[in-house]
Design a protein around this ligand. Structure first.
Ligand code: G3I
Length: 305
């Protein structure tokens, strides 16, 4: 039988998963990871609080473990995430504007240079827009102190740090056409028009019964691709179980495959038992690493067997 990674590769895509370093000693976790997936995203190990807990002191050990594992098995690595309002150490939020700007640019530069040549795509900025109908920016130390220009500045700094890396903007609840995705769309359109370096847009794609795979998911991915960027499904998981969950997974994968610039799909974890949705069953393998109907639906949608 095929695997998720080999089936995706036959369609010119990667198929990845979020990886947590703490589980790399568990045989079922590692054997499933190594057999099925062709890309990894560190689930938490590259976040600001993990890599620069105190100003100027960088801790790359846990993320290095994931990157080294991936490299030794020929898997690609997505870097997640350089500028985000969450998982920020306390020292960042307390800085004045000038200090914050230099700390942001230093963080981006030091982290990207450490992983230069090892990380093919970075979530440079994550979740900078509000939920709801305003399409407004989300409040954060970066937005509030540096203003709207912080995103452009982060991308320009990132391009200088590792010119070969794909630079992505990543967000959630942007999977369909709505006020939030329209605001992201307007930003990307503006960036492309002004030559601000941006190469891809990440759609986290966390779905559940309240927010199922939208009927305009494919159209939304396509309109972003038409701006001249790659699109990536970056954190796919779908609450539910059985055949309904399987059908939703099949829809999501088919939507990506229908968009030529949808370059890959990452599910947000290997096994239900370690999902951030504690107690949920949103992933492709159960707690015993058994393939679920959702796995079979994804493999079928990828054209694997
Ligand atoms: O590492 C500490 C540990 O030292 C401490 O003992 C423990 C108990 O307090 O907390 C541990 O940190 C936790 C971390 O995961 C690592 O396990 C944090 O509390 C916890 O908040 C954190 O949750 C992560 C969450 O992002 C917030 O960073 C989830 O694992 C992760 O799946 C989730 O992923 C996010 C994406 O990064 C962005 N998109 C949304 C997605 C789901 O929220």
């Amino acid at each position: 039988a095929g695997t998720l990674g080999s089936a995706a590769a036959a369609k010119g895509r990667y198929f990845g998963t979020a990886v947590s370093a703490q589980y790399l000693g568990e045989s079922g976790y590692v054997s499933t990871l190594d057999r099925e997936f062709s890309s990894v995203t560190p689930e938490n190990e590259m976040k600001w609080d993990a890599v620069e807990a105190t100003r100027g002191a960088f801790t790359f050990g846990p993320a290095d473990r994931i990157v080294n594992h991936a490299q030794s098995r020929g898997m690609s690595v997505r870097g997640h995430t350089l500028v985000w309002h969450s998982q920020l150490p306390g020292w960042v939020a307390g800085l004045g504007a000038a200090d914050l700007r230099s700390a942001m640019n230093n963080h981006i530069t030091k982290v990207m240079q450490h992983y230069k040549g090892k990380v093919f795509a970075w979530d440079v900025v994550n979740e900078a827009f509000q939920d709801g109908s305003s399409g407004a920016r989300r409040s954060s130390p970066f937005q509030d102190k540096l203003g709207n220009g912080f995103i452009e500045e982060a991308f320009r700094t990132a391009r200088a740090a590792d010119p070969a890396a794909e630079l992505c903007y990543n967000d959630y609840n942007t999977d369909g056409v709505n006020a939030k995705s329209n605001a992201v769309y307007a930003m990307v359109k503006d960036f492309k028009a002004r030559g601000v370096p941006i190469d891809c847009v990440g759609f986290q794609s966390h779905f559940n019964s309240a927010s199922p795979v939208p009927s305009d998911y494919r159209a939304n991915l396509q309109r972003f691709a038409d701006l001249g960027v790659d699109v990536q499904v970056t954190e796919l998981d779908i609450e539910g179980s059985g055949s309904a969950q399987a059908a939703s997974y099949g829809n999501a994968v088919s939507a990506c495959l229908a968009v030529s610039r949808c370059t890959g799909i990452t599910v947000w974890g290997v096994t239900d038992k370690y999902s951030w949705r504690s107690g949920g069953t949103p992933l492709l393998f159960d707690g015993a690493y058994t393939k679920k109907p959702a796995y079979d639906a994804v493999l079928a949608a990828l054209g694997g067997s």
